[in-house]
Ligand binder design. Structure first.
Ligand code: AMP
Length: 114
C-alpha cells in the first residue's frame, strides 16, 4: 500500500489532535471539519479502503466499530446521535487511501449526501 498522510500520523511524523489510541487504531480530529465534531477513526494496519478489507480483518473491523461507539460517547455525541461515513474509491469521494471512518456530529445532518 502506498504511503499516505495517515501513515505519517500513525508514526507521529506529523501532528494530529488525537482523541483515542490503542494498539490497533487511532482516532483524531479531521483537519477540515464538516460538522462541529468531525473525527476520523483509522486502523494502524495499512488497509486502503472497504474493498481492501480481508476476512482475517473481521475482528479488527469489529474493534473499529466499538472504537467509533466509544469515541462518540466520549465526545458527547451519543445522546443526540451522529453519522459515520466511509468513502470508498473515486466515486465514493475517497481522498486518502487509508481506510478511515468519519464520525460527524454536533448538529442535525441532512440527507441525501451530495
Ligand atoms: P476522505 O475524503 O473520505 O478520503 O477523507 C479524508 C479526510 O482526511 C478529509 O476529511 C480531510 O480533511 C482529512 N485529512 C487530510 N489530512 C489530514 C490531516 N493531516 N489531519 C487530519 N485530517 C486530515
Amino acid at each position: 500500500m502506498a504511503e499516505t498522510i495517515f501513515s505519517k500520523i500513525i508514526r507521529k511524523e506529523i501532528p494530529a489532535n488525537v482523541v483515542h489510541e490503542d494498539e490497533h487504531c487511532l482516532a483524531f480530529h479531521d483537519v477540515s471539519p464538516q460538522a462541529p465534531t468531525h473525527v476520523l477513526v483509522i486502523p494502524k494496519k495499512p488497509i486502503v479502503n472497504v474493498e481492501d478489507i480481508a476476512p482475517e480483518d473481521a475482528e479488527l473491523v469489529g474493534h473499529l466499530w466499538l472504537t467509533i461507539q466509544k469515541v462518540a460517547r466520549q465526545l458527547g455525541l451519543a445522546e443526540d446521535g451522529y453519522r459515520v461515513v466511509v468513502n470508498c474509491g473515486k466515486n465514493g469521494g475517497q481522498s486518502v487511501d487509508h481506510l478511515h471512518y468519519h464520525i460527524l456530529g454536533g448538529r442535525a445532518l441532512s440527507w441525501p449526501p451530495g
